[in-house]
Design a protein around this ligand. Sequence first.
Ligand code: NDP
Length: 336
Amino acid sequence: TTDSTALVYRRHGEPSQVVQLETLRLPALEAKSALVKMLAAPVNPSDINMIQGTYPIPPDLPAVGGNEGVGQVLEVGSQVQTVKVGDWVILRDAGLGTWRTAAVFSEDDLVTVPSDIPLLSAATLGVNPCTAFRMLSDFESLMPGDTVIQNAANSGVGQAVIQIAAAKGVHTINVVRDRPDLQQLTDKLKAMGATYVIKEESLRKPEIKDIFKVYPQPKLALNGVGGKSATELLRHLQTGGTMVTYGGMAKQPVTVPVSALIFKDVKIRGFWVTQWKRDNKHDGEALSVMLEELCTLIRAGKLSAPFCTEVGMKDFHKALDNAMKPYISSKQILVM
Ligand code: NDP
């Protein structure tokens, strides 16, 4: 293999306008690098933001799109110790470019994942489930019977939150935007283990209080949206509870009511999985323990890949357009 086909952008702009399919020459394999055949890679919101030029880690242009994905090691350099030919690997960091048929990566950037999990689970393991896992572990100590509330509950992160929480016996109150097929979406999320699924509007109605006659008020709120949606989550948080913001899909700032701070002393925090991985880079153990726990859930049928659509690389325009559409509830996954 000397060439790869890649989705490249040479300037920032609207993804479907600036991304193009190009043939790239693969660099020579060095002692501590590995040649990886990419198998599948999702189109995540951060990939879109990176192409638009609005993501906090700007790539050097031209750049290959995609921050996440799974590949298989085809060849290793003479001093490579942690991965071997045939291994399935995911990437430790963002910004390495996964939308390509093959690449040479440094050994340090690769993490082996078991190849007995479904391909689409492996392709989406490193970002959404890790984010969900850390947010459920690192901010409040959740016990079986506790409650978590979240918006963007049908997102990749949201679906992982529902499933990981359910496996811990933690109830989830899941807020989604209204849509024509709301009932169908509700049924799908409930089948995953969602305790309640509520549309944004219902969260403001007094009936919502009935839920808290049955379940305790949430200790933890997970905000992937911002704006009014985040403020609504805060209204239901327990005294002393935490809201973790990890995404801003509405592109609106978070407004914290003064009363929530004074009378409920809520904690307002943020989380970025890329930073967590960088901070834990020299503690390989922390990442592998988490990945092992996630794979155990996957094998047990308790954590499935997000709702998704597989798209061939040649149809990348369709994948990029769909990834930016509202109410699509299906992650676009490029298969190489
Ligand atoms: P997905 O592509 O799987 O889902 C996108 C979600 O955003 C859907 O729930 C969609 O809802 C919702 N959405 C889109 N537009 C809006 C809007 N204008 N207002 C409210 N909701 C909207 O996303 P991911 O799960 O991969 O990512 C979700 C968010 O989390 C993104 O902002 C992403 O950048 C962030 N993220 C952050 C991480 C971190 O470490 N901090 C890690 C991973 C993701 P609908 O069906 O109603 O359109």
